[in-house]
Design a protein around this ligand. Sequence first.
Ligand SMILES: Nc1ncnc2c1ncn2[C@@H]1O[C@H](COP(=O)(O)OP(=O)(O)OP(=O)(O)O)[C@@H](O)[C@H]1O
Ligand SMILES: CC(C)(CO)[C@@H](O)C(=O)[O-]
Ligand code: BAL
Length: 283
Amino acid sequence: MQVIHTIPELREALAVHRQRGFVPTMGNLHDGHLALVKQARELVGPTGAVVASIFVNRLQFAPHEDFDTYPRTLERDCGLLEAAGCDVVFAPGEKELYPEPQSYKVLPPTELADILEGHFRPGFFTGVCTVVHKLFNIVQPTLAVFGKKDYQQLMVLRRMTAQMALPIAIHGGETRRSDEPGNEGLALSSRNGYLSAAEKAEALRLSATLKALIARWQAGERELAALEADAMQALRDAGWAPDYLTLRRQHDLGPAVDGQPLVALGAARLGRTRLIDNLEVVG
Ligand SMILES: Nc1ncnc2c1ncn2[C@@H]1O[C@H](COP(=O)(O)OP(=O)(O)OP(=O)(O)O)[C@@H](O)[C@H]1O
Ligand SMILES: CC(C)(CO)[C@@H](O)C(=O)[O-]
Ligand code: BAL
């Protein structure tokens, strides 16, 4: 496995590979990321190249967010990526990707990017789209894999890729969850590392509350606003500060309606840690 820090070296290393599977990350890797790398390997086959990028993208962080403290663990990450079957790690420094302030940006449409995560993290999806578009130009992958844990991000990036006519197949990877005793079912996330042991056990309440919201809908309750308000209150009662808990259509994240595939999504702060999760409604 090669670890590459500059754009020219990456282009040279990839020149011989026609099929390229790409997994963009911000590092501090866990089994969720590694599952995406394995999925990329399956998709490109043994002769294709699997490329993972590690870059904590300043553009998608608001000034009060955790850009400075986000864990940077390159050496450990590279060991994990090699074991997972990655061929090339692209780990650019900030000056490599942004040699001058990135004033050309990719602006995603407001109806998708200013709701939910985008509402609570203004500018987040502009930062994500801009860096992913740039990374796509650098890596020139034939396919890319993103996790469903960041459900809205996957949707925004799918639409960007289609609308910009980028010749890249976008794949979604299922959310990997913890099987650690006491935390079984907790969505793996780099930010789980900010949680104390007690908070980690409490963190399961986010998915449990989404499950309860889905169960009430499936039992026939249709007062969506009341269902969502109850879910928010249940988290508040347990000491959380929820941003949203909501039931949406899978295809455009509009409000839930009967007869269409749905997904429950939530974001909430537990102590100083902001967690997100989602569950697709089956049946
Ligand atoms: N539990 C998971 N299962 C599957 N994919 C995941 C999981 N967690 C993250 N990913 C995916 O990994 C890719 C890189 O995400 P990122 O580096 O931000 O990891 P993260 O754990 O989501 O970090 P954070 O805690 O900062 O949100 C994204 O496509 C993301 O959706
Ligand atoms: C896609 C991404 C790597 C862009 O910085 C980031 O948003 C992430 O890790 O999900
Ligand atoms: N996991 C998405 C990247 C972020 O939260 O900044």
